[in-house]
Design a binder for this molecule. Structure first.
Ligand code: AMP
Length: 210
């Protein structure tokens, strides 16, 4: 089962992808996490991406498509995967098709902008494994320490309020057109993001199975 999770930054794609991938036994692939890892390791892709990521702009298609292509060629993707944060442009969606990747469903998680802004200000991510937390909705067991790997949990530079607005604008302009793109192909299912993570998971699983 090859799935795409679509939605604005902070809609809960990553959180739901982590939950659903455990249930379905397929990996969740976050291009954002892979890019942050590349930045941390100072790879050529990371060096090219850093400035744009910090500003909340998209990283050029060729860089992201290259990273994604290598990742889905790995063994653990044989039975399927969840793409979280890819595609983010129609060009990226077309690139997936050209790679011969068949997508079964596109799940859009829809959350109003006011909620997005509040959610992102409380979001924290693990510097080590990229797991995501929220100060209120999904706190770590020990403050500031990742439950899964024990590394430090921090606020992302691009989750600061001034960058969030520009990321939402980028989403509206470049990524939201993908809703129509996949709707026309009869692949889109929309889930309304709930306040409780578990409630959104139930709706997401129902949308995948339905
Ligand atoms: P995310 O963790 O999905 O919010 O992504 C963080 C940042 O990484 C984004 O604001 C972009 O700068 C970059 N990024 C992640 N995925 C993509 C993508 N598919 N295309 C372009 N840029 C991306």
């Amino acid at each position: 089962m090859n799935l795409i999770f679509l939605g604005a930054p902070g809609a809960g794609k990553g959180t739901q992808a982590e939950i659903v991938c455990d249930k379905l036994g397929i990996p969740a692939i976050s291009t954002g996490n892979m890019l942050r890892e590349a930045v941390k390791n100072g790879t050529p892709a990371g060096l090219a991406a850093k400035e744009r990521m910090d500003k909340g702009d998209l990283v050029p298609d060729d860089i992201v498509i290259g990273i994604l292509k290598d990742r889905i060629a790995q063994d653990d993707c044989k039975n399927g995967f969840i793409l979280d944060g890819f595609p983010r442009t129609v060009e990226q969606a077309e690139a997936l098709e050209k790679m011969g990747v068949k997508i079964d469903k596109v799940i859009e998680i829809s959350v109003p902008d006011e909620k997005i802004i509040a959610r992102l200000s409380g979001r924290r991510v693990c510097e080590g494994c990229g797991a995501s937390y929220h100060m209120e909705y999904k706190p770590t067991k020990t403050e500031g320490i990742c439950d899964s790997c024990g590394a430090k949990v921090v606020q992302r530079v691009d989750d600061k309020p001034e960058t969030v607005l520009s990321r939402l604008e980028t989403y509206r302009e470049k990524t939201a057109p993908l809703k129509g793109y996949y709707e026309n192909k009869g692949m889109l299912k929309t889930v309304i993001g709930q306040d409780e993570i578990a409630d959104t998971s139930k709706l997401t699983l129902a949308a995948i199975e339905g």
